[in-house]
Design a protein around this ligand. Structure first.
Ligand SMILES: [Zn+2]
Length: 495
């Protein structure tokens, strides 16, 4: 057997393509993260609007995971989890002043060790290399429009800066990302003839994230007649956008959110077309996911980074790779974003990362699944301290900050509106046991972590500035969110 045919995946590759025996058959890998993209707003996930034709095509030609859960409801920890395959409290990037330590091995580093060219393109501030996420990339390109303002400055000088926060919310970056990606592919210069080294490319697309300002014609694509005064601008801070706002205003915001999805999907289509034109698509594993979702008042708040409910944790996950993944596969069993790194590495026949928090989804794609798996999600930021453990049937939320807990029967109560505290019988007992089991596994992983997170100290001047503006409360929680913490209308500002 040829040297690249050691695993099941490699055998499939050898059968499906010319295997040179020296690893040349290894696929390229493209990992796309769409910031704040909810699974339930995509056509292939059953949404009524055509928000995502290119993503839907990707799903039709590959595999779609119906139930994928992210590690956190905000950007920094979720991308660290995506890159390390580890839960948040293990990689340690749980708040804005923390960075991924060099002691962790990332997906990009593993691909680089495996002989891959590695390149990344990001368009939101928490993806900046100051947070340690650039590890392992030969090139890691800042595609934000305010890149010049922050590049070369320590994260603590701008990460929580109000102006950066506002400008990043207004930023429209997909054209820049696409241009940079296409430029990189053109510069690669192999024309898909198999002579160049394989590549691992990470693409972070930001525009679905608020503010909701889709360029024409996407601004009116789903927006019918609307005579109200609310716009997608300043979504996070506009006091007119609240839980009791008129239904027409809320619907208008959803129209604009959907427009942003379609606009971003258009750019995903451009990137896929570029791969196809260069003859690269068939030998490229394409994985598309999101870092988290967002809330439109399902639990009384807006945005995310405040709760661990489904609307902020359930994300899409689609993989396309015809050589190993049968077209049109839909997987119902639970997947997690920490499973993405092990899956991509197995598809590329590279060694898994260690310690391993996730597991490869290859068996699930082949009908195996793992009904016992549980997804751990965490939030240790903006004054919150909470964890959830989610299976296909139930979710247990431990709100350590408030000293409360609850579990939900997701089959009977998918919108998580009926919490239960009864742990003495039936599903409650199962949820309690499952939660404790997941915590024991978390402890095991934590003990095996290769490094503590790197620390970034927020300078006193920036801290005082934020406090004066009311964005940071005395306890570290965001002041705008209110002492009761229940309206969810404020926050220190998710990116
Ligand atoms: Zn995000």
């Amino acid at each position: 057997m040829k040297s690249c045919c050691k695993s099941t995946v490699s055998l499939l590759l050898c059968l499906a393509s010319s295997c040179s025996g020296d690893g040349q058959a290894r696929p390229n890998v493209l990992l796309i993260s769409v910031d704040m993209l909810r699974a339930d707003h995509l056509g292939s996930y059953g949404y009524g609007r055509e928000t995502s034709p290119h993503l839907d095509r990707l799903a039709k030609e590959g595999v779609l995971f119906e139930d994928c859960i992210s590690s956190a409801p905000w950007t920094l920890p979720t991308h660290a989890a995506l890159f390390t395959g580890l839960p948040d409290s293990v990689h340690g990037c749980t708040d804005s002043d923390r960075a991924l330590a060099p002691g962790f091995t990332t997906l990009a580093e593993r691909f680089k060790q495996g002989g891959y060219a590695t390149t990344g393109f990001f368009s939101g501030p928490y993806l900046h290399p100051a947070f340690g996420l650039g590890q392992g990339f030969d090139s890691y390109v800042n595609c934000t429009s305010y890149a010049r303002a922050i590049d070369g400055q320590p994260a603590e000088d701008w990460a929580m800066d109000t102006e950066v926060m506002h400008s990043s919310h207004r930023d429209v970056t997909s054209p820049t990302v696409t241009e940079e990606v296409l430029g990189w592919l053109a510069g690669r210069g192999d024309g898909g003839n198999g002579q160049a080294e394989p590549f691992f490319m990470f693409v972070h697309l930001w525009d679905v994230h608020f503010d909701f300002l889709p360029p024409a014609p996407y601004d009116e694509l789903f927006a019918g007649e609307y005579g109200g005064s609310v716009s997608g601008e300043d979504f996070f801070f506009d006091p007119a956008i609240h839980a009791d706002m008129p239904a027409a205003d809320r619907e208008h915001l959803l129209d604009l959110y959907d427009g942003e999805i379609r606009w971003t999907d258009h750019h995903i289509g451009l990137i896929l077309a570029a791969l196809e034109e260069r003859g690269l698509l068939e030998n490229t594993v394409v994985a598309l996911t999101a870092d988290h979702g967002t809330e439109f008042f399902e639990h009384g708040g807006k945005a995310h980074r405040m709760t661990l409910f489904e609307e902020v944790l359930r994300v899409p996950l689609v993989l396309r790779y015809p050589a190993a993944i049968p077209a049109g596969t839909r997987v119902r069993s639970l997947a997690r974003t920490v499973d993405i790194a092990p899956t991509l590495l197995e598809l590329a026949d590279l060694a898994p990362l260690a310690p391993a928090g996730g597991r490869s989804l290859l068996p699930a794609m082949q009908g195996g699944g793992d009904p016992g798996v549980a997804a751990v999600s965490e939030l240790f930021s903006v004054g919150r301290a909470m964890r959830s453990v989610r299976t296909e049937r139930w979710k247990f939320i431990d709100d350590m900050g408030r000293g409360t807990f609850a579990w939900y029967d997701l089959a009977a109560d998918p919108r998580e509106l009926h919490p239960s505290q009864d742990l003495t019988q039936g599903l409650g007992q199962e949820a309690r046991d499952g939660y404790l089991e997941a915590m024991a596994e978390l402890e095991r992983l934590y003990a095996a972590r290769p490094a503590a997170p790197a620390q970034a100290q927020v300078p006193a001047a920036v801290d005082a500035h934020l406090r004066a503006l009311g964005y940071v409360g005395a306890d570290g929680a965001d002041g705008a969110d209110g002492a009761d913490g229940d309206d969810g209308d404020g926050g220190a500002g998710e990116k």
